[in-house]
Design a binder for this molecule. Sequence first.
Ligand code: NDP
Ligand code: PYC
Length: 345
Amino acid sequence: MSGATTLSIEALQSRVEAIFAKGGLNAIQAAALSRVIVAGERDACKSHGVYRIEGALRTVKAGKVKPDAVPQLVPQEASAIVRVNAMGGFANPAFELGLPHLVEKAKTHGIAAMAVNDCTHFSALWPEVEALTQNGLAGIVMCPSYATVAPAGGTKPLLGTNPFAFGWPRPGTNPYVFDFATSVAARGEIELYRRAGKPLPEGWAIDADGNPTTDPEAALAGAMLTFGGHKGSAIGTMIELLAGIMIGDLTSPEVLDFLGTTTLAPFHGELIIAFSPEAFSAGRKGDPFARAEVLFEAIVGQGARLPSQRRFAARGKSTSEGITLNEAEVAQLDRLLELGLDAIA
Ligand code: NDP
Ligand code: PYC
C-alpha cells in the first residue's frame, strides 16, 4: 500500500486519545472512545475504526454530545438492574463505569441487566460482550440507532441499523462472539462504499422512491433493508422496544427527530444483559463450558467458521505486526490532531 504507515496498537491509541483531547473531550471520554475505535482498527472492523473519529467530533461541534460528561451510576441496590446515566456523553465510558456492578449482580443473581441512558453511541458492540465473557459471563448487547432502515414490506426509513451482539466465554481461548446490524449491513459499510466510489451489493437498500438501488448516495438518501427480510425487521423492532422504550430512552425515529440528520452520531440508550452459565446450569447434568465446546467443534468440524474468527485472526496480526493505515487515513489523523474541531466542516 503506497504511503501507508504502520503503528503499534499503543501508538495508535495515544494518537487517537490526543485527537479527542484536542477536540475538547475530558480524559474519561477520550480514553474510552479511543479504546473502542482502536479496537475496531486492530480487529479489521473498518466500519467502526478511525473513520468514526470525525463523526464523533462533528457531534461534539454540533453541541449534540457533552465532551466533558462524567457518567453517573444511578443507585438501585435491591435490583438486578444496573443503570448508568451517561450524562449526555458517549456510551463507552458509561459502560466501563457500570461493568463491574453488572458483573457482580450477574454473579449474585445468575442474571442481571444494565441500562445505559442518555448516551451518544457510534461504536461496535463486540468490545462490550467480550468484556462480559472476560468475566466468565455470557451476554447480549443491543441498541437502537436512527431511522434509516425500512421495515420488511415497507419503503420508508423507520428502524435503526440496531446492532445485536452475543458472547459466550470459552475458558482458555477466544470467546464465541457475534455482533451485527439488523439491517443487511451497517450504515458505516454503505459510507465506506460511497467513499470508495463502489456500487453496493444488490439487496442492501432502496432509494427515496422505494426502488432497489446499488448507488450508495441513493441508498443513504433512501432506506436500508433489514437482514433476513421479516426476521431482521422483527429483531430490529424488538431492539426498539427493549433498548429504547423499555429503558425509557429514545427509539430510532425519535433519535432522528432529535438530531435532524444522520451525519451526527446517534443519541439514545443501550441494554446489556449478562448471564452466569454456571448459575443457570446448576443442578443439571454436564459442565456448560465443556458442552459448548462440543457444539463449537461440531460447527468447525463441518468446515464452517465461528463468528469473530476473522476478527481474532486480525487481532493476532495487529498485535504482532502493528496496524496499517493508508495515506489518506494518516493525513486525516494528522489534520484532526493539528486543528481539533476546526478541522470539522
Ligand atoms: P458483519 O456482517 O460484518 O459481521 C457480523 C458478524 O458475523 C461478525 O461477528 C462476523 O464475524 C460474523 N461473520 C461474518 N461472516 C461470517 C461467516 N462466514 N461465518 C461465521 N460468522 C461470520 O457485521 P455488520 O456489518 O452487520 O456490523 C458491523 C458492526 O457495526 C458491528 O460491530 C455492529 O455492532 C456495528 N454497528 C453499530 C451500530 C451502532 O449503532 N452502534 C449500528 C449498526 C452496526 P467476523 O467479524 O469474524 O467476520
Ligand atoms: O454503522 O449503522 C451503523 C451505525 C449507526 C450508528 C453507529 N453505527
